[in-house]
Structures are given as C-alpha cells and as structure tokens.
Design a protein around this ligand. Structure first.
Ligand code: GTP
Length: 305
C-alpha cells in the first residue's frame, strides 16, 4: 500500500488538490445550506458514487503497473470523481445566481472522464490480448483465478483435473489421442535445505518459464504440487509424448541455474514420465500418472541409492 502511494503520489496529490480547490471555491463564493433543506437522497447517491469511484481508483493503482494505460484510466476515473464530488458539495453549499462556473465544474470533467476511460479501456483490451497470448500455455480454455497457484503462476491440481476432463471429452469426440507428461524434480528438498526456501521458490519460477518455452502452442502446463508438474498434450500419441518428455527432461538437465547467494550452478535433473489416456476419467488418469512417477522415482533410488 505504501509503495503504491509513493509511486502515484503526484497523481493522488493532484486529485486531492483539485477536490480541495473546488470545495474552497464553493465555500468562498457561497453559503452553507440549512440542514432542513439538505436532500439526503441526492447526498447518498452522488456522495456514494464519488466514494465508489475513489475505491475503484485505489484498486486500479494497486493492481496495475504504472504507465500510459494506467494514467488514462486514472485520469478518467479522477475526472468522474471530481464531477460527482462537486455535485455532492453543491448539496451542502448554495451559490449566488450570478455564479456560473459551478456548472462547468460539475459537468465539464464528466465527458472528458468518459473519453479518457474509453481510451484507457481500449488500450487495456489490447494489452490483455497480448497477455492472453503469453498465457496460452498456462490457461488454454478459461480463466479461473482461484485455481491458479500464486508462485508460478500456473493452474493448480483442481484446474488440472477440470482441464483433464475437458481434454478427455474433446479427445473422445474428435477421436484423437491425448497424452500427458508428469515431471518431478529430483532431490528438490536439497535445494531448499542448502539454499533456503526463497531460492527454491525462485528455482520453481525459472523452471516454469523453461517448461513453457518447451511446449507447443496447444499444450497446457499445470503445477500439481511442490516440484511436480503436469503437461496436457492434446492430439498426441504415446510415442510422440515420450519424445517430448525426453526433450523436457533434457532441458531441465541443461538448465544452468545460478544461486542468488554465490552465483554457483545448481545441478538439476527431473524424473519425467509420459502416458496416453485410455477410456478413463480424470482421477484414474492422474492416479496412473502418479503410479508411473512413483516407479520412475523408485528406479532412480535403485540406480543411485
Ligand atoms: N521452495 C519451495 N519448496 C516447496 C514448495 N512446495 C513444496 N516444496 C518443497 O518441495 C519438496 C518436495 O519434496 P519431495 O517430494 O521429497 O521432493 P524431492 O526432494 O525432489 O525428492 P524426490 O522427488 O523423491 O526426488 C519439499 O521439501 C517441500 O517442502 C514451494 O512452493 N516452494
């Protein structure tokens, strides 16, 4: 919150000064209305809307990076807030008939605000299309933020199950093969132990980027839990899935990840298994993948002790 205020301090200060100046002008030129003539419905409607606009402005600044689009949206909302604030002030202060500028203060910023907001939303829409393109291998069909893991951020186990079910239905309908890859880092707990949990988190984020780079357009990557990832491969038979699994495993081995402590390389390897879906549901498929992974881990223990 403090960093958000610091980053946008000039804009927020400008809005505060504008609102205070408007209020001051009204106080200097007019008189406070007696309580008996206050229109509570108007006060609640206009004042409430102004408060909501301030809330939107706060949420906007808190959730978006600073820049051109954020500025357009901010100034759009700021103009609408100013108009409504002036409208609310008008409910408490009566101005002499000769005064005409109050109409400008109330109505002037409103169309400007809508124009700026429209431009901002248009650019936001274009920005979102570009982000969607980058998110393709993480989201595929729909977005459900509650099912996204905050660290990586990939779909979690629940999201994966939903996607499994959708992919299975689609594969059956199109009579196309569907395969999966499961990847689990070997000895990841050692990274946490030796370098700290923060370093482990960073490594998982780098690994996510690496895996995403190795996927095809229509594949989907999810983080099942901890250091275990699953890739859904539509239109893919088992042999092709095995080839892709080999490539992904090779990519992990080749990753020259450097620790942030002394910059030394952290050697990595992963157990990777690939399976083709049979006539089964999402839970059974996930269970088969987990069993195949347990076997792969077991043979690793036999091999290296
Ligand atoms: N840094 C970090 N560690 C995590 C996260 N989630 C799970 N872990 C850790 O990941 C480790 C997973 O343990 P294991 O399943 O035994 O994995 P492993 O050490 O790679 O062992 P094998 O899979 O048998 O090779 C545990 O130490 C968890 O604490 C996370 O979000 N961040």
């Amino acid at each position: 919150m403090t960093s958000m205020l610091a980053m946008h301090r000039f804009k927020l200060a400008g809005l505060l000064i504008a609102a205070h100046t408007g209020l001051l002008l009204h106080l200097l030129a007019g008189e406070i209305k007696p309580l008996a003539v206050w229109d509570w419905l108007d006060i609640a409607g206009e004042g409430g809307s102004a408060v909501l606009l301030l809330t939107w402005t706060g949420l906007l600044l808190k959730s978006r990076p600073a820049g051109y689009v954020t500025n357009l949206l901010f100034f759009g909302l700021a103009c609408l807030f100013f108009s409504l604030f002036m409208d609310t002030v008008d409910e408490f202060i009566v101005l002499p008939d000769a005064v005409a500028w109050d109409g400008w203060l109330e109505s002037g910023p409103m169309p400007l605000g809508f124009a700026l907001l429209t431009m901002g939303i248009f650019h936001w829409h274009r920005e979102q299309l570009a982000i969607n393109e980058q998110m393709r291998n993480r989201e595929r069909v729909f977005r459900e933020h509650r099912q996204f893991d905050k660290l990586t951020p990939l779909g979690d186990a629940n999201y994966l199950k939903t996607q499994f079910q959708l992919a299975l239905t689609e594969a059956e309908k199109d009579r196309q093969p569907l395969s999966m890859i499961m990847l689990d880092l070997d000895g990841f707990s050692r990274v946490n132990r030796e370098y700290g949990h923060g370093e482990g988190d960073r490594l998982l984020q780098v690994l996510t980027q690496l895996l995403l780079l190795n996927l095809r357009q229509h594949d989907l990557l999810c983080r099942l839990a901890g250091d275990r990832f699953v890739i859904v491969l539509p239109h893919t038979g088992e042999r092709q899935a095995q080839v892709l699994a080999g490539e992904v495993g090779e990519a992990v081995r080749s990753l020259a990840y450097k620790s942030s402590r002394h910059g030394e390389r952290v050697d990595l390897s992963a157990s990777v298994v690939a399976l083709m879906a049979r006539d089964e549901d999402a839970d059974t498929l996930l269970q088969r993948l987990n069993i195949a992974m347990a076997r792969a881990k077991q043979s690793l223990t036999v091999k290296y002790g």
